[in-house]
Design a protein around this ligand. Structure first.
Ligand code: FAD
Length: 408
C-alpha cells in the first residue's frame, strides 16, 4: 500500500511525485511509456521554454484562457521564481530570450528532464515504466489502480497527471479525460490549441517559408470581424503558423465548429496606416515611372508574394509604374493592408501543442488540486482545463499544479 500514486511521468507528474516523496509520503509513479517526459523533451524545439520571466502574476495569468484564473493560488505559492530556483539549486541555469521566454543556458530540454528524474528518485519515489493504468477504483478510503499488464497497486491518494490529447506519440492519449468523466467529473470538450491553420488557397506552396516578424491577422466569421492580433507569422506548406496564428487557432476552431465560414485578412504592413502606405507608394511611383510594378512591390513585401498579390488585383506584372491606374494602385494598397485567405480547417489535436479543454476547474480545489467530487483524487498539468499561450506558460502551469498536488 502506497500513500500516494502519481499517474503519468510528464513534467506535472514528476514534480508531484518528487514533492510528495520529499514530504515523507511513500510514493509510486506509474508511467505507461518506457521513459519519463517524452513531451518535455520536444518542448521549445527541444530547448524547453520552461517558463516566462513575466513578474506580475496577473499579467502572467492573462496569457491563459478564461480558466487561467484558477492558477492564482498555486502561482502565489510556486511561481516562475520558485521554479527557476528549484532547477538552479540542482545545477541548471537559465537565460531569458524575446518576450520573456526562459530557456536553460544549455539549450537542452534533456537537462531539465535529467534533473526532474533525479529529483523524483532522490526523494525516494519509486518509478515504474511500461505501466499503463487502465482504471481508478475507489473502495472506501483506498484506491485500487489496475494496469494493463494485470498488476494492481493501492494508495490513499491518487494524482492524475496524464496530460491531454496532443502529440499522442508522447503518451498523452486522453486517459485522464475518460477516467475523470467516469468518476463523475465534467470534462470540457477537448480541442486543439496552439496549432497551425490550413488554408484553401492553392498557391501556398509558393509562399512556404515566407515569414513576417510583424503582421496583423484579422479573423472574419461569415464576413464579420471577430478577432485580430499582431506578431510573428510564417506561411507553411499547409497554411499559416507562427506565434500570432497559434494564439488565435482556438478562436478559428470554435468559429468553424459553429458552422461559420472563416477567412483571414493579413495586413503585411501593420506599421503604416493606409495614408502612410499611400504616401510611400506615391514616392515610389513618382521616382521610378519606368519600373515594373512587380519590381516596385518587392520594396514593400517579400518577392515571393508579389505574383499572387498582382493576380488578386488584377494587374499585369510587367506594367510600368507610370501606366498603373489610380484604381489599380488603390487595390494594390488594399491587398497589402488586407490580403484575404480562406480557412479550410485547424490542424488536428494530435498535431497541436496543447489541448484546450479538459477537467473543469470548477470541480478542483485551486489550492490543493484535490477533486471536489472524489476525496483523495488530485489532478495536475494539462489534464486540467487550462491552456496558455506560447512563451513557457504551459510548462509553468504543469509544474505549479504538480507541486501543489504533491503537497505544496
Ligand atoms: C511539440 C511541443 C512543444 C512544446 N513546447 C513547450 C514549451 O516550450 N513551453 C511550454 O510551456 N509548453 C510547451 N509545450 C506544452 C507542454 O509540453 C505541455 O503542456 C506539458 O508537457 C504538459 O505536461 P503534463 O505533465 O501535464 O502532460 P504530458 O507531458 O503530456 O505527460 C503526461 C504523461 O502521462 C503518461 N500517461 C498517459 N496516460 C497514462 C496512463 N493511462 N498510465 C500511465 N501513464 C500515462 C504519458 O505517457 C505522459 O508521460 C509543448 C508541447 C508540444 C507538443
Amino acid at each position: 500500500m502506497f500513500d500516494v500514486i502519481v499517474i503519468g511521468a510528464g513534467p506535472a507528474g514528476m514534480m508531484a511525485a518528487g514533492r510528495s516523496a520529499e514530504l515523507g509520503n511513500k510514493t509510486l509513479l506509474l508511467e505507461k511509456t518506457d521513459s519519463s517526459g517524452k513531451k518535455l523533451l520536444l518542448s521549445g524545439n527541444t530547448r524547453c521554454n520552461i517558463t516566462n520571466s513575466c513578474e506580475n502574476l496577473e499579467d502572467f495569468i492573462n496569457n491563459f484562457s478564461e480558466s487561467g484564473k484558477f492558477l492564482r493560488n498555486v502561482f502565489s505559492v510556486f511561481f516562475n521564481k520558485e521554479l527557476l530556483r528549484f532547477f538552479r539549486k540542482r545545477g541548471l541555469d537559465f537565460k531569458v530570450e524575446n518576450n520573456g521566454k526562459v530557456f536553460p543556458v544549455t539549450d537542452r530540454a534533456g537537462d531539465v528532464l535529467r534533473i526532474l528524474v533525479k529529483y523524483v528518485k532522490d526523494s525516494g519515489c519509486q518509478i515504474l515504466y511500461r505501466k499503463e493504468v487502465s482504471d481508478i477504483i475507489k473502495q472506501g478510503d483506498v484506491f485500487e489502480i489496475p494496469t494493463k499488464d494485470n498488476s494492481a497497486y493501492n494508495a490513499k491518494k491518487i494524482i492524475l497527471a496524464t496530460g491531454g490529447l496532443s502529440y499522442p506519440q508522447t503518451g498523452s492519449t486522453g486517459f485522464g479525460f475518460h477516467i475523470a468523466k467516469k468518476l463523475g467529473h465534467t470534462v470540457i470538450k477537448p480541442k486543439p490549441g496552439l496549432t497551425g491553420i490550413i488554408l484553401k488557397n492553392n498557391f501556398l506552396k509558393e509562399w512556404q517559408g515566407v515569414s513576417f516578424e510583424d503582421a496583423e491577422i484579422s479573423v472574419y466569421a461569415d464576413d464579420r470581424l471577430i478577432h485580430k492580433d499582431r506578431g510573428e507569422m510564417i506561411f507553411t506548406h499547409f497554411g499559416i503558423s507562427g506565434p500570432v496564428m497559434l494564439h488565435m487557432s482556438h478562436i478559428v476552431y470554435d468559429t468553424l465548429d459553429s458552422g461559420k465560414e472563416v477567412f483571414l485578412s493579413i495586413d503585411f504592413k501593420p506599421n503604416l496606416n493606409h495614408h502612410e502606405l499611400g504616401l510611400a507608394f506615391q514616392e515610389e511611383f513618382k521616382n521610378n515611372p519606368a519600373k515594373k510594378i512587380s519590381n516596385a512591390l518587392k520594396e514593400f513585401v517579400p518577392a515571393r508574394l508579389v505574383k499572387r498579390i498582382l493576380e488578386a488585383v488584377p494587374v499585369e506584372k510587367d506594367k510600368r509604374l507610370a501606366q498603373v491606374s489610380k484604381e489599380e494602385k488603390s487595390v494594390i494598397l488594399e491587398k497589402l493592408k488586407g490580403f484575404k485567405l480562406i480557412v479550410e480547417a485547424v490542424k488536428p489535436i494530435r498535431e497541436a501543442m496543447v489541448t484546450c479543454g479538459g477537467i473543469s476547474v470548477k470541480e478542483i480545489d485551486p489550492k490543493t488540486m484535490e477533486s471536489k467530487i472524489v476525496k483523495g483524487l488530485y489532478f495536475a498539468g494539462e489534464v486540467i482545463d487550462i491552456d496558455g499561450r506560447t512563451g513557457g506558460y504551459n510548462l509553468q502551469a504543469a509544474f505549479s499544479t504538480g507541486w501543489a498536488a504533491g503537497g505544496g
